[in-house]
Write a protein that binds this ligand. Structure first.
Ligand SMILES: Cc1cc2nc3c(=O)[nH]c(=O)nc-3n(C[C@H](O)[C@H](O)[C@H](O)COP(=O)(O)OP(=O)(O)OC[C@H]3O[C@@H](n4cnc5c(N)ncnc54)[C@H](O)[C@@H]3O)c2cc1C
Length: 389
């Protein structure tokens, strides 16, 4: 029935930032890992989607909150390409509220090549141009995922599956409760200033917005808010976005468009609903089962802890979410969907996946204490108050 059947400890669906972090994390726990990616580059929205701004790893007052694989991935993003990071962060010097946050621009093109090399060097198998279609479920457990490729239908069996699709396709198709989001029509492309010498052009790369920005300014009046789970809406986003861009092209002086997005730029598509749904009300809330602390990219000083319960649905014992599909809604969805938080939840998912395999338990029975010990060993800060110690 299948043209190919393979088996791994951990199968990661989606090679965006969350998928990459999950895969690295599980592999470093000595698990065999495969990523299934429908496009032909790694990085998802951060590369293919042209979103080349790594939101802050700090709280905005000078205190770093996110460490581990996230910090490693930020450093990789600026290894050879341009950046605008305040050097104080890299030198671990004291940073104040007056300074720039621990955030940076990066080259999305170079980044995807570096991500590919990193995963290759670490022995992670990446299967490109492969669309994960349906999970195969057996008595509540996910046994693996069917994948459509140019060769035909393939089957990837796994002990644990991590859904890092950015739209919770695997959770949704496994029958789990999910929530969908509404989005402005956003179509970001890159332009560069061609009056600059060639070696400076990469640095003059900037976004040109067609359609609504983050708060909806520029949204065409006749276009309703869009859902990323409707093919009609995806096509509206792309077709209409390109036509608006076409109109803007006529006014560009000294600039040319150098990249179009390779994926629809919906911010919030669909997330799974876990045992706990993080909300805006949870700002400054301490959780006993915290698996990481994050800042609000929009507002200095605000922070959130992410409870482990937002990272699983007990009815799906070996299926985990990573990235912008974790159980967070409203304002909390907005603060958890950014690149560094996607990497953080990816790293946590990789550690949890490994514990499920080693301890032969269901996700609801994972020892929170042991999980927190494992994360702490990786340098991850769990609690804001502990960061201040
Ligand atoms: C317009 C816009 C601006 C943004 N600006 C910023 C910003 O400035 N800074 C910031 O930090 N964040 C920003 N974000 C948010 C951030 O970029 C994303 O939320 C984050 O990168 C998501 O990472 P992810 O890995 O969870 O998902 P994604 O990046 O969506 O990755 C999912 C991956 O899964 C693959 N995939 C999906 N379905 C399947 C399938 N069925 N089979 C196989 N593969 C599949 C996709 O091809 C993709 O590679 C922005 C988002 C948008 C839309």
């Amino acid at each position: 029935m299948y043209v190919l059947e393979k088996e791994y400890d951990v199968l990661v669906i989606g090679g965006g930032i969350a998928g990459v972090a999950s895969a690295l994390s599980a592999k470093r726990e000595n698990k065999s890992v495969c990523i299934i990616e429908k496009s032909v580059v790694l990085g998802g929205l951060a590369t293919l989607g042209l979103v080349n701004w790594f939101e802050p790893l700090c709280d905005g007052t000078g205190e770093q909150l996110i460490y581990g694989i996230t910090e490693e991935l930020l450093k990789l993003a600026i290894k050879d390409g341009f950046n605008d990071l305040d050097e104080k962060w890299l030198k671990k010097e004291k940073v104040s509220i007056e300074d720039k946050r621990y955030a940076t621009h990066f080259s999305p093109t170079l980044y995807s090549v570096y991500l590919n090399k990193l995963l290759y060097d670490e022995g992670i198998f990446v299967r490109y141009d492969s669309l994960a279609t349906y999970p195969i479920m057996e008595r509540g457990l996910i046994k693996g995922v069917e994948v459509e490729t140019v060769s035909g239908k393939e089957f990837y069996k796994a002990k644990v599956v991590i859904d890092a699709t950015g739209n919770a396709t695997i959770f949704d198709r496994a029958g789990a409760k999910c929530e969908t989001g509404l989005n402005y029509l956003s179509y970001l492309s890159y332009i560069t200033d061609f009056s600059q010498p060639i070696e400076k052009r990469e640095q003059t790369r900037r976004w040109i917005y067609s359609g609504g920005n983050m708060v909806g300014r520029g949204q065409p009046e006749d276009v309703p808010l869009l859902k990323g789970v409707s093919s009609d809406d995806v096509n509206t986003m792309i077709n209409r976005g390109q036509r608006i861009l076409f109109g803007k092209m006529q006014d560009l002086k000294n600039s040319e468009i150098i990249n179009l997005t390779g994926m629809p730029q919906f911010r919030m598509i669909r997330h799974m609903v876990g045992e706990y749904e993080l909300t805006g009300e949870d700002v400054y809330k301490e959780f006993e089962d915290s698996v990481g602390v994050i800042g609000n990219y929009l507002k200095r000083e605000e922070w959130y802890e992410i409870p482990f319960r937002a990272l699983y649905n007990k009815d799906y014992p070996n299926l985990l979410p990573a990235g912008r599909i974790i159980s967070a809604t409203g304002k909390a969805w907005d603060v958890t969907r950014v690149i560094p938080v996607c990497a953080l939840t990816g790293e946590v998912a990789g550690v949890v996946a490994s514990m499920l395999i080693d301890e032969k338990v269901e996700v609801k029975d994972v020892s929170v204490k042991k999980l927190q010990e494992n994360l702490t060993k990786r340098g991850i800060k769990l609690y804001k108050r502990k960061c201040q110690e």
